[in-house]
Design a protein around this ligand. Structure first.
Ligand code: SF4
Ligand code: SF4
Ligand code: FES
Length: 531
């Protein structure tokens, strides 16, 4: 593989890589505003300038510049090397690139930083980007100067509502055009553009339109500063109080990799951010997915219910015991969940088919919905493929209605969701373990609360067959427990000795099922998000 040197470090690259791309892949950040690994490179911010040393014997490319001579009290002409934008310059074998080790590159970054902040309001204390803003980061690294401009800064539109989700502050905008390029290149909806010139530049929405659709949150995510904020997160939390857990979005079968940001002081989830995974979601998530973090708190089943009435766990388990006492195995059905983890489904399969001896296995989940050819999958369940690999002969829930007429009377289910009306199952004795209220919990004789994906580590197989791990962020809320743990308690209540009491045991058992051939690990190449 060809290589070049960056500040003395050897960087391998693939043909066609720019300097910044190759460095990024190696985990080295060359400072930048306009460059983003998933977008085209306009090279307009000039923050990434580097010095490329000439090959031995070659004439260096030099520029005449004016430099202030304080002693003489006049400008004098001098020379400096012509710097190159790392985001636009192709890497070449044997190249010697100097960034942080070049006084000229550092000076250029300092000057770009001063230029970008000339008219900036520097309102960090009330800015939502504070703590994760590239202007702040690079000011510390390359700025640290006393402001020289004494004039009133140029004022621009503030608090401009771009659409149902996004608000724009023109004074904080560094005109990197990441947002306009995202909408044009990824969302395929070029609804944002830049108007005016020089320090009157601003981003605007096409006349007659608003910034809407399925990918508006990504404009805020790619914005390197606080110019775009989401109505959802604005003024809600300071990011330095948030912790993050690597999660898998539960919104559809694409299984986008995400950071789930939560405040451990209040056990409250605040937002999702995309986590880079070239093979799954690249650097992006859709709006529905970005907002689905709320399901960690909304619509939850947090206490056991018997015929719709809240009960202590012990009473609910007693009820399950009496429901299933002496029931022949032929009348018992198992309903797996396409939106629960492999571990949860394995535990139900083990309890239902091995311990109880049930022969009838079904799968339930959310109904299909909107799809596109960018990210969004029509299957709104995160683990349909995983469940089908675990139980290839599982029938759709709709088949249970017909089979119930043929004599099935007892159902042990996972999850509250169902793809269609479950009214016909009302006459059955249904026990479900679910994180959220749903059609199945509404007809259940007994419903036990399960931890949501935010409260339990689990493995999910996306529509492409990629197995991915999602990690626990919060402690289980209310009386909930990981579903596999609840199912172990159900097994004990029914007089069985569950073969699983730890996640590790289930994962070992999953080896060889076809659904999980090893202990799940995060499949993303990089744990961090692009920006
Ligand atoms: S709003 Fe943000 S992303 Fe868009 S041009 Fe301004 S700084 Fe860049
Ligand atoms: S495409 Fe699907 S998995 Fe990805 S963010 Fe949207 S809902 Fe979530
Ligand atoms: S990152 Fe903006 S010019 Fe290179």
């Amino acid at each position: 593989m060809p290589t070049f040197k960056l500040d003395g470090k050897t960087i391998p690259f693939e043909p066609g890589d720019t300097i910044i791309q190759a460095a990024y892949r190696e985990g080295i950040e060359i400072p930048h505003y306009c460059w983003h690994p998933g977008l085209s490179a306009p090279a307009n911010c000039r923050m990434c300038l580097v010095e490329i040393l000439p090959k031995p014997g070659a004439r260096p490319l030099m520029l005449d510049v004016l430099q202030w001579d304080a002693r003489a009290g006049a400008y004098r002409t001098t020379q400096k090397p012509k710097l190159q934008p790392a985001c636009y310059t192709a890497a070449a074998d044997g190249m010697d690139v100097r960034g942080d080790t070049s006084e000229h590159a550092r000076k250029a970054r300092h000057d770009v930083q001063e230029f970008l902040l000339l008219n900036h309001p520097v309102d960090c204390p009330i800015c939502d980007q504070s703590g994760e803003c590239k202007l702040q980061d690079y000011w510390l690294e390359y700025g640290q100067y006393q402001k020289r401009m004494r004039d009133e800064p140029v004022h621009k539109p503030k608090g401009v509502v771009f659409g149902p989700t996004i608000v724009y502050d023109g004074e904080r905008c560094v005109m990197c055009t990441r947002c306009t390029r995202f909408m044009a290149e990824v969302a395929k909806d070029p609804v944002l553009d830049m108007r005016e010139r020089g320090n009157l530049n601003e981003i605007f929405v096409a006349p007659g339109r608003q910034l809407d659709g399925h990918y508006t949150f990504m404009t805020e995510h790619v914005c390197p500063v606080g110019a775009l904020t989401t109505k959802d997160f604005r003024f809600k939390a300071r990011v330095w109080f948030l912790k993050t857990a690597p999660a898998i979005c539960q919104g559809c079968a694409t299984g986008c990799n995400a950071h789930l940001d939560y405040d451990p002081r209040y056990s409250k989830v605040y937002r999702y951010r995309p986590r880079d995974n070239e093979k799954v979601n690249k650097y992006w998530m859709c709006d529905e997915g970005m907002l689905s973090y709320k399901e960690a708190h909304e619509g939850r089943l947090l206490e056991p219910k018997v015929r719709g009435v809240a009960m202590p766990t012990a009473k609910a388990l007693e009820e399950i015991k009496s429901l299933f006492a002496g029931v022949p195995k032929d009348v018992v059905a198992i309903v797996l969940s396409a939106s629960h983890s492999l571990e949860d489904n394995w535990a139900l399969l083990e309890l239902g088919t091995v311990l109880l001896g049930a022969k009838h296995v079904y799968v339930s989940g959310r109904p299909d919905g909107y799809a596109d050819d960018i990210l969004i999958h029509r299957d709104k369940n995160s683990n349909t493929r995983g469940v089908m690999e675990l139980a290839p002969n599982a029938k759709p829930l709709s088949a249970l209605v017909a089979d119930a007429k043929a004599g099935l009377t007892h159902v042990l289910a996972l999850g509250g969701a169902a793809p269609s009306d479950v009214g016909d199952l009302r006459s059955l004795k249904v026990v479900t373990v679910a994180a959220h209220e749903g059609p199945l919990t509404s007809i259940a004789t007994v419903a036990l609360p399960a931890a949501s994906w935010a409260e339990a580590s689990g493995t999910y197989v996306n529509a492409k067959g990629i197995r991915q791990g999602s990690e626990k962020a919060l402690e289980p809320q209310g009386a909930s427990k990981p579903a596999w743990r609840q199912l172990a308690d159900v097994a004990a209540a029914l007089g069985f000795e569950a073969t699983w009491s730890k996640l590790r045991q289930i994962r070992t058992n999953l080896i060889g099922t076809g659904a999980a051939s090893s202990t799940p690990a995060l499949s993303n190449a990089r744990a961090a998000s692009a920006e």
